[in-house]
Write a protein that binds this ligand. Structure first.
Ligand code: HEC
Length: 105
């Protein structure tokens, strides 16, 4: 009986769990974490550098990820081109979550 109750409860919880996508999930699943580390600047700026550069400029960061504005950090912009094509297509909710994650470092 306990098992059955557990099963029924899990069935209700599962869909909710899989729809609540966090910014961190997006960052990892889209491959961003392959180049951007949390605090170490390599050829790609770290999340803490991105956070500092876009401090109080959340809309600029969104515009950048939508492909509407050039980046503000000096680097190799070509490396990001393919990834802007990915972030461009995120829903508004997903982009919001991703940007909040990027700015939380
Ligand atoms: C192949 C390596 C690579 C991957 C993967 C990658 N980036 Fe980048 N990213 C870079 C490099 C290099 C720069 C610096 C060039 C620049 O700023 O134009 C950069 C810059 C950025 C910047 C700062 C732009 C600026 O100049 O203002 C943001 C924000 C960013 N990336 C977000 C992301 C997100 C989100 C993803 C995943 C969808 C991602 N990156 C995936 C290499 C990468």
């Amino acid at each position: 009986m306990k098992k059955l109750i557990f099963l029924i409860i899990s069935l209700f919880l599962l869909p909710v769990g899989s729809f609540a996508v966090t910014g961190e999930d997006i960052f990892k699943s889209k491959g961003c974490s392959g180049c951007h580390s949390k605090s170490f600047d390599s050829f790609a700026p770290s999340l803490s550098t991105i956070s500092k550069s876009y401090y109080k400029r959340k809309d600029d960061l969104k515009a950048y990820l939508r492909g509407k504005k050039p980046g503000i950090i000096k680097g190799e912009p070509k490396a990001m081109r393919g990834f802007i094509n990915i972030t461009k297509k995120l829903s508004d909710e997903e982009l919001e979550a991703l940007v909040n994650y990027l700015l939380s470092h």
